[in-house]
Design a protein around this ligand. Structure first.
Ligand code: ADP
Length: 250
């Protein structure tokens, strides 16, 4: 689905990504692991259009998408989740979801003024969709809660929910487990699995929690020093000497 071919991303003289190549299979949940500073987030940002690579190529279904801006990738169904921005904290969970399509496709609010009745209908459809998403994620009870009041894990579920408002094809998730309690982490893992199995989402997940990776990811790709070190099942990766030396042994 996605082929990353010899991507370099240099910051000044520093090679954050230094010739990374990998393939993301359609329908997979691919795990990206590696020590801090390995270049995982930078590579994510290159693939998802938030950073232009110094060199190299990214294709999606054979089409060159290198350097396309995030909103164009969004239209192709490629999304990278982000923390809920501070300015959305005072909006409710449902409102945060309802914001997604117009917000990200670049439709202007002027349209809303010009076509009130149509907008009212669209709003109703959006509200229904938001409620379906909340039900799928088992957080319907949080619909009217202000996003700023959510716990870390609940915010992650909301981030995942935002991708469901637009029927994503491939979603890049960065450090889902950071600061999230065990129970909620497994709820998030379950939501990811269901999105994968029931809705056909492909995922690429950066994560340090090996239980989480083990439950979800096949294959697992390990990066170190800007390059792909190894790829395989988690067991294969854990037994790989280079991976042990660069990451697991530390
Ligand atoms: P990882 O996600 O694997 O922890 P990152 O991609 O965040 O690694 O970072 C890789 C390296 O690139 C780090 O040493 C980091 O300090 C550096 N880096 C990331 N972004 C920038 C930037 N905008 N400017 C300079 N250096 C950066």
């Amino acid at each position: 689905m996605i082929v990353v071919d010899d991507i370099h991303k240099h910051f000044g003289g520093f090679r954050a990504v230094d010739g990374a190549s990998l393939t993301i299979r359609e329908g997979s949940i691919t795990g990206l692991i590696g020590p801090n500073g390995a270049g995982k987030t930078t590579l994510f940002n290159v693939i998802a259009g938030h950073l232009k690579p110094t060199s190299g190529r990214v294709t999606m279904g054979g089409e060159d998408i290198t350097g396309l801006p995030p909103h164009e990738l969004f239209h192709k169904g490629l999304l990278r989740t982000f923390q809920i921005a501070h300015e959305f904290h005072s909006m409710t969970v449902r409102e945060n979801l309802m914001m997604v399509p117009g917000d990200q496709t670049g439709e202007t609010l002027v349209n809303a003024w010009l076509k009130r009745r149509q907008i009212a209908r669209e709003e109703e459809a959006l509200r229904r969709k938001a409620d379906e998403v909340l039900e799928f994620l088992t957080i319907s009870h949080l619909a009217d809660e202000k996003a700023g009041n959510l716990s870390g894990g609940q915010k992650k579920l909301l981030e995942l929910g935002r991708t469901m408002m637009v029927d994503a094809k491939i979603v890049f998730l960065d450090e889902v487990g950071a600061g999230v309690n065990r129970t909620l982490l497994m709820t998030i893992a379950d939501a990811i699995l269901r999105l994968n199995k029931e809705r056909g989402y492909t995922f690429v997940v950066i994560e340090h929690d090996m239980d989480f990776i083990g439950k979800l990811c096949d294959p697992v790709i390990c990066m170190a020093e800007g390059k792909v070190l190894a790829e395989g099942t988690l067991d294969e990766i854990k037994a790989n000497e280079q991976v042990i030396e660069a990451y697991l042994g530390t």
